[in-house]
Design a protein around this ligand. Structure first.
Ligand SMILES: [Fe+2]
Ligand SMILES: [Fe+2]
Length: 162
């Protein structure tokens, strides 16, 4: 089964939800939306688990990955009582995802621990460790691509051709 077929099989309800669709309006890294980031991370989780031959519960892996940044706001926008987003958003994503979809133990741990080691609680499941790594690979790629785009604009505002 190809990536999108299995992602749709196990996470179609999440992808179609109003919350997930709202993520198309929230920016994550560079010019990448939270929706696109979450889809890329989900595909990376499948690639890592299959490429490294790590046995996983693929349904939980996909659902936890799709929902790992389900905090439902644009973290660049100023908020009342603003806090340190990097530390606080996993807990918010767990609460929102549990409310909207229900979470099993693996999915809950995946979302809660995806910022490890920045947040102190280590992953308890293989699926959580895979998500942790996939999220960092995708975040690095997205941030790097954003820096590349910035470098293509000269000071006079005209694009370089390199
Ligand atoms: Fe995150
Ligand atoms: Fe993420």
């Amino acid at each position: 089964m190809d990536d999108m077929t299995i992602i749709t099989k196990y996470g179609g309800d999440i992808i179609a939800s109003s919350g997930m669709q709202a993520e198309k309006g929230f920016m994550q890294h560079g010019s990448v939306t939270t929706y696109d980031h979450s889809m890329a991370v989900t595909k990376m989780c499948l690639r890592l688990s299959r490429g490294l031959h790590i046995r996983t519960d693929e349904r939980s892996l996909i659902r936890g990955a799709l929902l790992h940044d389900y905090y439902l706001y644009d973290w660049h926008a100023p908020r009342d009582g603003s806090d340190l987003h990097a530390f606080s958003h996993p807990g918010k994503a767990v609460r929102n995802a549990a409310r909207d979809f229900g979470l099993n133990e693996i999915e809950r741990d995946m979302i809660r621990c995806h910022m490890f080691p920045l947040t102190v609680r280590p992953p308890r499941f293989r699926e959580s460790a895979i998500l942790c790594l996939a999220d960092k690979i995708c975040a690095f790629r997205e941030t790097w691509a954003g820096l590349g785009n910035r470098n293509t604009v000269r000071q006079d505002g005209k694009e370089k051709t390199r």
